[in-house]
Every structure is written in C-alpha cells, then in structure tokens.
Design a protein around this ligand. Structure first.
Ligand code: FES
Ligand code: MG
Length: 569
C-alpha cells in the first residue's frame, strides 16, 4: 500500500478529513491510489541562489502530472549562504531536521528535492535519507559567467582576490565596488567549483539525480527540460519503491569521493557526505577521502584552484565526461535513481574542450583529492586540499601566531607591530561547530597587510573552522577535536613551532606530548567560545558532533524511517 493511501484510503471520518481539505481543484481520482509527490523546494528571495526554483518546480510538477502523479509544492527551510549570520552551517542540521519531519508527517509517497546554494542540497539529502522515501534531486544549477574588465570573474573566488588587491593597494575601493554587479550575472548558484557546484555534481555522482543533469546552468532551457523529466521519473521511482538507501550505498559514496577529487571539489563536501552517510548508517570515514581520493588525478581546471567556471564545464562535456576519464576507479554496481548503474551512463560521454577537462594521462595534478592530517594538534584529524595550496608550503615549519577569535584576528592582523613573517603559521581557533557556533567559513584568514605589501600571497594557516569552497591557499581546516571541544589547538601559544608535513600526513606542534598534555587551554581561547542559553544555538552547541564525523547533531544521526502510527484526530 502507498503511504498516501494510509491517509486517503477508506471511507471513515479521518480519511474524509484528509481528502476533503485537499479538494481545492483536485478531482476525486486524485485519491484513487496514484502517487502523491512533494516538491521540497528551497526557493526563497533570501536565498538568492535558489530564487529561480519556483519556476523549476513548475516544470517538475508538469512531469509528475504527465506521468499520472499528484504534484505538491512543499516550501522548506532555506539557507542563503551569503545572507545569514553567523553562518549558514549553523542551520544545516536544523533545515535537515525540519525537512525530515515534514516529509514524514505528510501524506506523500515520494519527493523531488530542489536545492542549490551550499547547504540546501546537503540538508535535503540528509532529510530524505532519514525518512527513506523515494527521492530525487534537481540541482538548481550554476550562474552564467560574468566578466569584469574583460575577463571572467568567478563567484566568491573573485571577491577574495579583488579584496586582497584593495588591501595590497593595487585596486581602488571604487573599482572594487564596480565589480559587484559583474560577478552575479544571472540566476543560479556560485559558478566556481565551490560547495554548491560540488554538492550538485556529487548528488549526481551519488546516483540521486536524473543522470546527466547536474551542472546544467540555472538559466539554461535544458534545466527546465531536466526538471520535467525528473518529475516523470519521480513517479516511476515510487512505483518501483526505490529508496535513498538503495541508491546511496557505500559504493555510491566511494564514487562520489572519486568525483570530488577529479573535479577538485570543495572541502565542505567531506563534512556533508559524512553527515549524509551517517543518516543512512553507511560506514564512511574521513580517512576514506584520503585513501581513495588522494590517488585520483585532478582533471577539471575550474576556479578557485584553476581557470574556468561551471558554464565551461557544462560546455566541455560535464560530469559524465569527467567520470568517463576515471571510469576504472568507479564502482560498477552503484546504481542511480533510474535503477541503472552510474557507469552505464558514461559510454556516450565526450570531452569537447580539453583545456577544461583534462585527459587522464595529462592531469592538472596527478594526485588530487583531500589529504587528512593527524598529529598532536589534530588527534581526530584535519583536512587540507593540496590542489588549492602552494606546493612549497606543503612541508613547512614555522612559529605560530595565534588568534582566539575572528574578532581578535581582525583587530590585530594589520597592526604594523604584529610579529609575523611569511614563515609564520597563522592559527585561528574557536571556529569549530561548538565554538563559534556553526563552524563558519573563516579558515582562509586574510594575510597581514604588511606581508601583502611585501608581495606575500600565501601562508600556512590552521583553523578548526571551514573554508569557503571558492577559497584557496595552504589552509589546514576542520581540526578535530575543535578547541572548544577540548582539542589541543586551545593550548597553542604564539611562538610555538608548528610543523606541517602533508606528504607524511602530519600536523604537529613541536612540543613533547607530555608537556602539551599538561598545559591548560589558554584562558583567552576559552573566554571566546559561544555559550548560548536558549533556542536552536543552545540545542546545537549541546549536541553537535565534530567535523570528522560530519558535524551532525548526535540525536539526528541515523534514520527514523517513514512510519507514522498515530492519527491526528
Ligand atoms: Fe549560494 Fe555561493 S552563495 S552558492
Ligand atoms: Mg560557502
């Protein structure tokens, strides 16, 4: 029996109530057992990257109706990465929890998940995984390429670059502002290989989209065509009872890790994939990213590490063309929402621009992926994206310059008397899930103005927060446990020698272990941690896990399934 029939089937008082209030134009045969499919839609004017999804959902609805289903618009919590403070990540789990509850509570047989901006696709997938009803993603797609001074200006990445030019005195503030409207050329999410692009593409690599659609630019007519086809597909998905747990197996996650590396995707994908896997009970660890990903060549030349933008990737052949190059590394058994294996869609893929998508034999880097570091500074691990780093800094030894909060950093960074050289290691703590709270994207700290003026453009930086997927630099992220959860990062003092050795996968402070163990956390660090007393922030700080396991709330890990046993009247 369909889920919806538990509400609408029968002729008792409760089924009458469930049907009657839905009869606003719906004919009687809407309740004859055909699939009721929700469109979980993160469209919001305050999530500008997703504002076009109402139009996309109309195409999904057309497809659902065409295939004999009932399409139901379900607006869900949305998160505008650039708009909400202190960080959208604080509410990824809240959005996932709210969406999960509404998918379970309502009379639906399946769901089409419409997302785009960074946290929206992860939250939708976490929710769908915990309810485990048939689900398929429509990624909202990237913006078209904007240009400034005749050259492409990547979303996010361009902001970091131009703002450093202003600080270095090589660009005026007025010119900086002029670039604003050039960057955001159209509807859609950031067009660099940031978190939104990465998670849209990985949703497909996981098997959770109609094959071939991820990366379709938001204003492209083909996105609406794909949305329509996804609506049609969602009905067969319900008929065939194919659930997220059938599609997102360990094999699918390992395929996503290969894709992440070949694409040069965002470090944030590590946290999101771990959280989604946690909802499904799929065993996946941070080490899987290093073990599998670090042997994968970097094939896609996109900003922030490279040159091109998402529109170029689509033009050059898209995700399937990339995956075809690494086909031998993919698990052939991992299926997609269509029931067919992911690899079965790669035969026809072609690369149309070898500048954008490199051949396996001539990669941009032979070993991409994400490296996971351990050491006395990161007992539970930390990550670095070597592809976005300066090669010479990947093995480095230098004195720490410690900041206890982002405010402390902003107050002192440009002080001409700050004792710092290009060899220093900048440390920022209190930016983990509990400490900030919400693990913001602040790890790519700006460089001290006096060093910028000397021409320094990268330094080793270490932080327990995250970094925007559009950012770059030799930045060690996601240090676990974070300082606020008792991590040794809280004990480091300015002047301690920090040793980074990415080849050996080590991050240490050069202090004997006994001495480090005996040191108390620095009082100024402890004073800077968040101590919320009510509301979501309190629940979050009390129950959030560390980055190395996906930073989900402890009581949200796992699944509650779709069953609701009690009636509402
Ligand atoms: Fe929405 Fe970048 S701000 S994707
Ligand atoms: Mg971001």
């Amino acid at each position: 029996m369909r889920r919806s029939a538990e509400w609408y089937g029968g002729d008792d008082r409760n089924s009458y109530i469930h049907r009657a209030w839905m009869r606003r134009g719906l004919p009687a045969d809407a309740f004859d057992g055909r699939p009721h499919i929700a469109m979980a839609n993160t469209a919001s004017d305050l999530t500008p990257c997703n504002a076009h999804l109402n139009e996309v959902s109309r195409s999904v609805a057309d497809g659902i109706h065409e295939a004999g289903g009932i399409a139901l618009n379900l607006p869900v919590v949305s998160l505008g990465e650039t708009q909400v403070k202190p960080t959208a990540m604080l509410w990824r789990n809240m959005a996932a929890m709210a969406i999960e509850e509404m998918l379970r509570a309502n009379p639906i047989d399946g769901v089409v998940l419409l997302g785009g901006c960074d946290k929206t696709i992860p939250a939708l997938l976490m929710a769908a995984a915990s309810v485990d009803i048939p689900a398929v993603v429509v990624p909202g797609g990237p913006m078209l390429t904007g240009t400034f001074r005749g050259v492409p200006l990547g979303c996010g990445t361009g902001v970091w670059q131009l703002s450093e030019e202003v600080r270095a005195g090589t660009m005026s503030a007025a010119e900086f502002q002029r670039s604003e409207s050039s960057m955001i050329r159209s509807r859609g999410h950031c067009n660099t290989m940031g978190t939104a692009s990465t998670m849209g593409l990985l949703a497909e690599a996981l098997g959770m989209t109609l094959p071939g659609i991820a990366g379709t630019p938001a204003p492209d007519s083909r996105l609406l065509e794909a949305a329509h086809a996804t609506g049609v597909l969602s009905v067969s998905l319900v008929d065939e009872a194919r659930r997220p747990s059938d599609v997102m197996t360990r094999a699918s996650f390992l395929n996503a890790i290969v894709a992440l590396a070949a694409l040069g995707g965002s470090t944030n994908a590590v946290v999101h994939l771990l959280a989604i896997a946690g909802r499904l009970g799929v065993s996946l660890s941070q080490d899987d990213f290093d073990r599998i990903g670090s042997g994968v060549p970097l094939l896609v030349d996109l900003q922030p590490a490279g040159r091109f933008l998402m529109d170029d990737l689509y033009r050059a052949g898209g995700l399937h063309a990339v995956l075809r190059e690494v086909r031998d590394l993919l698990d052939p058994d991992a299926i997609t929402v269509t029931g067919r294996p992911l690899v079965s869609y790669l035969d026809d893929a072609e690369v149309y621009d070898r500048e954008v998508i490199r051949a396996r034999e001539t990669p941009l880097q032979p070993e991409a992926g994400i490296a996971v570091l351990y050491g006395n500074l990161a007992p539970d691990g930390a990550v670095i994206k070597p592809a976005a780093a300066t090669p010479a800094l990947l093995s480095h030894r230098g004195p720490a310059v410690v900041f206890d909060s982002i405010e402390d950093l902003h107050a002192r960074l440009d002080d001409p008397d700050l004792e710092v050289t290009a060899d220093s290691v900048l440390i920022l703590r209190g930016c983990g899930p509990k400490g900030y709270p919400g693990m913001p994207e602040v790890s790519n700290m700006p460089l001290p103005a006096k060093l910028l003026a000397q021409g320094v453009r990268d330094m080793v930086r270490v932080c327990d927060g995250r970094m925007s997927g559009t950012a770059y630099g030799t930045v060690v992220l996601h240090v676990s446990p974070e300082a606020a959860a008792g991590g040794p990062l809280a004990k480091v003092r300015t002047g301690d020698i920090i040793v980074l050795d990415v080849a050996k996968r080590r991050l240490d402070v050069d202090i004997p272990d006994e001495e480090l163990a005996a040191r108390p956390p620095e009082p100024a660090a402890v004073a800077a941690y968040a101590t919320p007393t009510r509301g979501w922030e309190k629940l979050y700080v009390d129950t959030v896990g560390q980055a190395n396991t996906g930073a989900d709330l402890d009581f949200l890990v796992g699944s509650s399934g779709w069953t609701v046993s009690r009636e509402s009247h």
